[in-house]
Design a protein around this ligand. Structure first.
Ligand SMILES: *Cc1c(COP(=O)(O)O)cnc(C)c1O
Length: 448
């Protein structure tokens, strides 16, 4: 199948520049977009895609681009992945929607069972399905409030949790996510994060003690429903907290009846070489939020967690028209099968090793690369002015633009906009991975 359809891994796995990137056909679409779509919906690289799979995206000008973005960590198993296509097609011909809250279907229950089995911890679990990461984070907060009968929620510096009203409040960065969109939801507080590159390398226990001090003094454990944290931050800059930080916060939460919520929307689903990033430190969250990589590009999100917490909201208190859509559920089951059958956890570690080695060698040659960090196929470089910690957002922008022009899709992130992040699909062939890293080497050399 993969060799006869236009997209998926059967696409020629090559970088090919037929025109400038973006080319004239994309530019024509961009002009139509400007007239039809508000400017608030921005685009990173306005090359209009015609097909995708393996490690490439092809565009309407006949260019073939190397994908180091996976649509922001979504197409982890590959774009238009064979098992996903087959499962969705089969479901598409049976039924497309009934609303699980009206007349249910087995796919939803199967996804819930799979997530209950795959997420950390041997305790009794339940899973509820939603459409987007932000919607799932909101529901995790609703569930934690219903369970604890407390209202306050703590999020962390540099955190990103979405763009809905409650999740804007949880998100740290004003521009572009929040600026002008307030007032934000009340009872949201922010605690300091462990950020080894910028906090003088505080050890995890000390950084956690600082966060706990802020929480106890400014919020009070007795008022706190949930602590919401990304085990590895995504938009905030792929910040990996110092070892011990997450376990200490999880332990403190347990001791004070606070629901520990891991937002694994970006870091979850095989991205880091484990099914969930919190597994790297043996952390067992009370609730875990998943989305992005869960369904190969179909909109699906989930909250999975301790049965007694998940069952706190009353009957009818959770749901949504499309939550756990049958097509998305079929896709999720196919994604899980693909991760297992294609041993993608190992593949994520391999990709991570290659990227880390090559980027570390770049850092040794180029003092503007302040740090290489991340886990598995979730790797970033933080750029600074040489010999300092001063963030260099302009360089990140320039490197990304030059990479785009060479047919390499890379994304930036970080509170200071000075982080380049690399999230290739796990289906990327080694040759393309190396070619993408070669392009980065050349771009850094050229932008001296
Ligand atoms: C992307 C993201 C979200 C929001 O997910 P949407 O599907 O865009 O609503 C929430 N948390 C994290 C960590 C994310 O990376």
């Amino acid at each position: 199948m993969s060799n006869t359809r236009p997209g998926g891994p059967g696409l020629p796995q090559v970088r090919r520049l037929a025109t400038a990137v973006p080319g004239p056909a994309s530019d024509a679409w961009a002009a139509r977009k400007d007239a039809a779509v508000p400017r608030g919906v921005g685009t990173t690289l306005p090359a209009y895609v015609s097909a995708a799979g393996g490690g490439v995206l092809t565009d309407v000008d006949g260019n073939s681009l190397i994908d180091f973005g996976s649509g922001i960590a979504v197409t982890t198993v590959g774009n238009s992945a064979p098992r996903v296509v087959e499962a969705v097609r089969e479901q598409l011909e049976l039924f497309t929607h009934t609303c699980f809250m009206v007349t249910p279907y087995d796919g939803y229950v199967q996804v819930a069972e799979a997530l209950n089995a795959l997420t950390p911890g041997e305790h009794d679990k339940r899973t509820a399905l939603f459409n987007t990461g932000a919607e799932a984070v909101e529901n995790a907060v609703k569930i934690a409030r219903a369970h604890t009968r407390r209202q306050a929620v703590v999020a962390f510096e540099h955190g990103y949790h979405g763009r809905t009203n409650l999740t804007m409040a949880l998100t740290a960065k004003s521009m572009p996510y929040k600026s002008g969109f307030g007032p934000f939801a009340p009872e949201v507080y922010r605690a300091p994060l462990s950020y080894p590159f910028r906090d003088g390398g505080l050890d995890g226990a000390t950084a956690a003690a600082h966060a706990i001090d802020v929480i106890e003094k400014q919020v009070g454990a007795e008022n706190l429903a949930a602590l919401v944290i990304e085990p590895i931050q995504g938009e905030g800059g792929f910040i990996v907290p110092a070892p011990g930080f997450l376990p200490a916060l999880a332990e403190w939460s347990r001791a004070h009846g606070v629901v520990f919520v891991a937002d694994e929307v970006q870091s979850g689903f095989a991205r880091t070489g484990r099914m969930f990033a919190c597994e790297h430190e043996g952390v067992v969250p009370d609730l875990i939020v998943t989305a992005k990589g869960i369904a190969g590009g179909l909109p699906l999100a989930a909250v999975t967690g301790r049965a007694e917490i998940m069952d706190a909201p009353h009957v009818g208190g959770l749901g949504g028209t499309y939550g756990g859509n049958p097509l998305a559920c079929a896709a999720a089951l196919a994604v899980i099968e693909t991760i297992e059958e294609e041993r993608l956890l190992d593949r994520a570690l391999e990709i991570g090793k290659t990227m880390t080695e090559r980027l570390t060698s770049l850092k040794e040659r180029d003092g503007r690369v302040g740090e290489v960090r991340g886990r598995g196929a979730m790797i970033a470089v933080e750029l600074v002015r040489e010999g300092s910690l001063e963030p260099d957002a302009q360089l990140a922008k320039n490197v990304a633009a030059a990479a785009h022009a060479q047919g390499l899709v890379v994304l930036t992130c970080g509170t200071y906009g000075n982080v380049l992040r690399f999230l290739p699909p796990l289906s990327i062939p080694d040759a393309l991975l190396h070619e993408g890293l070669d392009i980065l080497d050349a771009v850094f050399a050229k932008l001296r």
